[in-house]
Design a protein. Structure first.
Length: 499
C-alpha cells in the first residue's frame, strides 16, 4: 500500500466497491480537505506504516482522517449549535416575561400562548429554509452554508433585543418580533442538518457516534448558557427592571457570539465526502455538483419517512423537557420561577456529563438499541415522571426531571450520527434538511403551543406525559425499520479511519 501524500489542498480519491459498480473510477488526484489522505491499491512499503501516517491494516480505498482537524471541525459545529440554541433557551425560559412585553392581555395563559405562537412560527418556516439551504449545501459546500446560517441566526436574535415594547409602539412590537423569529427559523432550516452532516462526514466510522454526540453537547451548553443568564437576571433584577430593559440583555449578547462562531466556521475546510462529489463534477466538466430539489425526494421516500419519525420523538421530548417544562412549572403548577429554572439547569448539566459517554456507547452497541431504549423509557416512564413532578417538592421535581433527561440522552447522543447515515452523500444535506425540518416544524417546535392548548381545553395536567408517550410509539416504529449504521461507512463514501 502506497500512501499518496497530499499537498495542502489535494489528495487522492477512490470509490468504495459499491460505488465502483455504478460509477467510473475517479482521477488519481482531486481537491479535498487536508484532513484526509487516501491510499492507492499497490503494496505499501514498510516505511508507510512505520511513519505513523496510515495504519498498516487500512483498506486500500479508505479515507484516513487527521484527528486534529476532525476535532477542530467538531468544535466549530458544536459552538455554532450552542449559539443557535442559546437563543431558543433564552426565548423559552423568559417566555412569561416576553408575553407581558409584547402581548397585551390580562390573561397569563393567553399571553403565554401568544409568545409560544411566535416561537412556533419560526419552526413553520424552517422547511422553507431547509429547501433553500439544503440543496445549496449539496451544490456549493457544507462549510459556506453553515457560515451563512450562523450570521443570519445571530442577526435575528440580536434584532429581538432592539424591538420596542407593545406599550411603546403598539401592534408593531409583536409584528417585529414575528419577523425576527421568521429570520431565525429560516436560517435554522439549514443549521442542524448541515452541522450533523459536517461532523458525520469528517468522522472515522468507529467514532462517529462519539464525535456526533458533541453536537448536542453544544445544544445543551447553549441552553444552559441562555437559561442560566435568565435565571441570574430573574434573581438579581426586580420585576419592573426585567420588564423594562433586563429581558433585552440575553438577545443582545447573541451579536458577538455569532461573530465568534462565524470566524471559527470560516476557518474550516470542506468535508472529504463533499470534496469527492466536487471531484466527480470536475470529471464531468461541471463546476459544481448538479443536485436538484427533486433528486432529494425521489428515491429517498423511505429514508425521509424514517428521518421524520426519528426526529419526531427526538424533538417532541426535547422541547417538552427543555423548552416547555420551565413554563409548565411556573404557569400551570404555580411553582417558584427561580427554583424551577434551577432544577432544569441541573438536569441539563447532568445530561451534558452523560452525553459523550452515551455517544461512545452507540459506537459499541449500535445506534438502534440506544434509540429503542429511549422510546421504551418514554412510553413506560412519562406518566410516573410527570406525577413526581406534579407532587411539587424539590426532590420529586428533580427526580422526575432527571429521569426524563436521562431518557432524552438516548436521542441526543445517537441522532447526530444516525440521521446523516440515512442518505447518500450527493443529497445528504438537502434530504436531511427537508425531512428534519418538516418533522420539527409540525411536531417539535409546536410542542409547547399544542400542549398548552390541550391543557387549556381539557384541564388535564397530564397532557405532557400523554404527548411524549404518543411520540415514543412513533419513534419506536421508525427505529424498527432503520438499518444499523454504527461502525459502517456513510452511504456513498468509502470507509473512514483515524490517522
Amino acid at each position: 500500500m502506497v500512501v499518496f501524500e497530499p499537498s495542502p489542498s489535494w489528495a487522492a480519491l477512490s470509490l468504495s466497491s459499491t460505488e465502483r459498480q455504478a460509477s467510473e473510477p475517479l482521477p488519481a488526484a482531486a481537491p479535498v480537505a487536508p484532513a484526509v489522505q487516501q491510499t492507492s491499491r499497490t503494496q505499501a512499503p514498510p516505511s508507510a506504516s512505520a511513519s505513523g501516517d496510515v495504519p498498516s491494516d487500512v483498506r486500500s480505498d479508505a479515507t484516513v482522517v487527521d484527528p486534529v482537524l476532525v476535532k477542530r471541525a467538531v468544535k466549530a459545529a458544536a459552538l455554532g449549535n450552542a449559539m443557535e440554541w442559546f437563543d431558543f433557551g433564552v426565548y423559552s425560559y423568559i417566555a412569561v416575561t416576553l408575553g407581558k412585553v409584547f402581548f397585551p392581555s390580562g390573561n397569563p395563559t393567553a399571553q403565554l400562548l401568544s409568545t409560544f405562537g411566535a416561537f412556533a412560527a419560526a419552526f413553520l418556516i424552517r422547511p422553507l429554509g431547509g429547501m433553500v439551504f439544503g440543496p445549496l449545501g449539496d451544490r456549493i459546500g457544507r462549510q459556506k452554508i453553515l457560515a451563512l446560517t450562523m450570521i443570519m441566526m445571530a442577526a435575528g436574535t440580536f434584532a429581538i433585543g432592539l424591538i420596542p415594547s407593545y406599550a411603546s409602539i403598539g401592534v408593531g412590537a409583536p409584528v417585529l418580533l414575528l419577523i425576527a423569529r421568521l429570520v431565525q427559523g429560516f436560517s435554522t432550516g439549514g443549521e442542524y442538518a448541515g452541522a450533523s452532516t459536517f461532523i458525520a462526514e469528517y468522522s472515522p466510522d468507529k467514532k462517529r457516534g462519539f464525535l456526533g454526540s458533541w453536537l448536542e453537547f453544544g445544544t445543551l451548553a447553549g441552553y444552559i448558557g441562555g437559561a442560566g443568564l435568565v435565571t441570574l437576571m430573574t434573581a438579581l433584577l426586580s420585576t419592573d427592571d426585567l420588564l423594562s430593559w433586563g429581558w433585552r440583555i440575553p438577545f443582545l449578547i447573541a451579536g458577538p457570539m455569532g461573530l465568534i462562531g462565524l470566524y471559527l466556521r470560516m476557518k474550516l475546510e470542506e468535508t472529504p465526502a463533499f470534496a469527492a462529489e466536487l471531484a466527480k463534477a470536475h470529471k464531468d466538466e461541471q463546476s459544481r455538483p448538479k443536485v436538484r430539489l427533486r433528486d432529494m425526494v425521489q428515491g429517498q421516500w423511505k429514508a425521509l419517512l424514517l428521518c421524520m419519525g426519528l426526529v419526531l420523538v427526538f424533538n417532541v421530548t426535547d422541547y417538552m423537557l427543555l423548552s416547555y417544562m420551565p413554563s409548565y412549572l411556573t404557569s400551570e403548577l404555580k411553582y417558584d420561577e427561580t427554583h424551577g429554572l434551577l432544577v432544569v439547569l441541573a438536569v441539563m448539566a447532568l445530561m451534558m456529563c452523560v452525553q459523550p459517554f452515551a455517544g461512545a456507547l452507540t459506537d459499541r452497541v449500535g445506534r438502534r438499541p440506544v434509540i429503542a431504549a429511549g422510546c421504551a423509557g418514554f412510553l413506560l416512564l412519562s406518566v410516573p415522571a410527570l406525577l413526581l413532578i406534579r407532587q411539587g417538592s424539590l426532590w420529586a421535581i428533580g427526580l422526575g426531571m432527571a429521569a426524563l433527561g436521562l431518557l432524552l440522552v438516548c436521542f441526543t447522543a445517537s441522532m447526530p450520527s444516525t440521521l446523516p447515515a440515512l442518505f447518500p452523500t450527493k443529497v445528504r444535506y438537502g434530504s436531511l434538511s427537508i425531512g428534519f425540518n418538516i418533522s420539527v416544524s409540525i411536531f417539535g417546535g409546536t410542542t409547547p403551543l399544542v400542549v398548552t392548548a390541550l391543557i387549556g381545553a381539557t384541564g388535564n395536567m397530564m397532557m405532557p406525559a400523554y404527548y411524549m408517550m404518543a411520540a415514543a410509539v412513533v419513534g419506536g416504529i421508525a427505529v424498527w425499520f432503520t438499518s444499523e449504521s454504527a461502525g459502517r461507512p456513510l452511504p456513498g463514501s468509502p470507509p473512514a479511519v483515524e490517522k
